[in-house]
Design a protein around this ligand. Structure first.
Ligand code: SAM
Length: 276
């Protein structure tokens, strides 16, 4: 596992086990903070939250088909988390490199790879903002899934990360990036359906606070434990615009994996952005 990051600081041992949001959690609106959110307990609980079997059922062959129809062989999973998509793609025969900025998530992904099919994941600890420094080679596809891009809190960081994704791709490569339907959350029309992504039957995932600059979600588990994530509520057309701005020529957006949808309905959007 590569361990290099321009934002590295001395780590408080407590912060390896517990999420730390301080006295004013609603003021935590910081791109670097994800490294203090995906730690200890939440990492242990993540697979209960996403439920691999139900998630696989919900997604079906959507991502595999998107990649196959474009002749993709090499995939860079930039938001590996606990490895769900990396493992899925390895099962399907894609050559996959698994990156993430959280060493604890990557360690769990590595273990999951071994346990789900005996895959030895090629893991790289890398922050998206310095991806090209830490991950080498060219990829036919970059995937950034599970509502991960929402962790970037400034437009500068979003543009920087997308430019880094773009640069990792071959001349005709594709970026597949998804997001929660924050328009519906911000505009008060969200249904709260968890069918596709956060599928754990007995886990509650709900907005704790939402404004134009912060979506703070609470995740409650049957054992009484609870965790939080502070995220930036990306609007769909804003993200589509950024994808065009950094150079993607064609951006197709799906709502809950369907090409036909009306804006308020889907829980999640998936953007498929082609370089040429
Ligand atoms: N893709 C996985 C899934 O769907 O289960 C994980 C999704 S989780 C919501 C977001 C992941 O993105 C975390 O593992 C986190 O460490 C990673 N992440 C967030 N911001 C990042 C950044 N700036 N650079 C690299 N990884 C980041």
């Amino acid at each position: 596992m590569t361990n290099a990051n321009a934002t590295d600081r001395t780590i408080d041992p407590l912060a390896l086990r517990h999420q730390i949001f301080g006295d004013e959690p609603l003021r935590v609106r910081d791109t670097d903070h994800y490294t203090q959110e995906y730690v200890g307990g939440l990492v242990d609980k993540w697979d209960e939250l996403i439920d691999w079997d139900r998630r696989a059922e919900g997604e079906g062959r959507f991502f595999v088909d998107q990649l196959r129809t474009r002749g993709v062989r090499r995939v860079l999973d930039v938001a590996t988390g606990t490895g769900f998509h990396s493992v899925r793609l390895l099962d399907e025969g894609f050559e996959t490199v698994s990156a993430d900025g959280s060493p604890q998530m990557l360690a769990r992904a590595f273990r999951n790879g071994l346990e789900h099919g005996g895959h030895v994941l090629r893991t790289v600890r890398a922050d998206w903002r310095w991806l090209n420094r830490d991950v080498h080679g060219e990829f036919d596809a970059v995937i950034c899934l599970g509502n991960s891009f929402t962790h970037l809190f400034s437009e500068h960081d979003r543009r920087k990360a997308l430019a880094e994704f773009y640069a990792m791709l071959t001349h005709d490569g594709v970026l597949i990036i998804d997001q929660r339907n924050y328009d519906a959350v911000l505009d008060g029309t969200a249904g709260g359906n968890r069918t596709y992504y956060y599928c754990g039957a007995r886990v509650t995932a709900e907005p704790h606070h939402v404004d134009e600059g912060l979506a703070r979600y609470r995740y409650a588990f049957p054992d009484g434990s609870e965790y939080f994530l502070n995220m930036f509520p990306l609007r769909k057309d804003y993200l589509r615009g950024l994808l065009r701005d950094v150079g993607f020529q064609r951006v197709d957006t799906f709502g809950d994996f369907q090409a036909d949808y009306s804006d308020g309905e889907p829980d999640y959007f998936v953007h498929v952005a082609e370089k040429q």
